[in-house]
Design a protein around this ligand. Sequence first.
Ligand code: ATP
Ligand code: MG
Length: 157
Amino acid sequence: MERVVETRDPAGTRALAGALAVAARAGDLISLVGELGAGKTQFAKGFGAGLGVTDTIVSPSFVLMAEYRGRLPLFHIDLYRLAGAAEALAGGLVDERQGEGVTLIEWAERLEDAMPAGRLDVLIEGTGDDPRRIVLRAGTADYERYLAALTAEGSNR
Ligand SMILES: Nc1ncnc2c1ncn2[C@@H]1O[C@H](COP(=O)(O)OP(=O)(O)OP(=O)(O)O)[C@@H](O)[C@H]1O
Ligand SMILES: [Mg+2]
């Protein structure tokens, strides 16, 4: 199952992510895919805000994984600049700590087959000032609750 949403500005992408965060449960995995500057980190910021994270979420360029405290812990991974990280992660993508929170992975396509089916895919198309076309795809039935949260929220973006 999937839903497609268009956003016109970064605030729209953050609001979308924040609405999705209502559906978050411990152990969830969210894959963020889109080219440089698509808005993956903007999505992470909005998702964190929705989880009640008050610290500023930035791209975790120099650490493999950044951790934030919210309603659930948020783990933020960026595989772009980390050569070999994908391989390292593929061995144990979800460790015990991550099971207690939500893990967001930018450039998750680099993990290829190591990504479990149980995940929400967020595919962001568009860059610069263009509107973004954001495809939300539930990998398993469990993840359809994110799409349902969006319907329930019913805002007009
Ligand atoms: N509708 C939109 N949604 C998200 N970002 C937008 C939108 N319109 C413009 N932008 C701008 O696009 C940029 C997105 O940057 P962001 O760091 O989130 O991208 P990214 O996908 O994480 O890139 P990277 O691969 O470098 O990590 C920001 O400068 C933001 O202001
Ligand atoms: Mg980013």
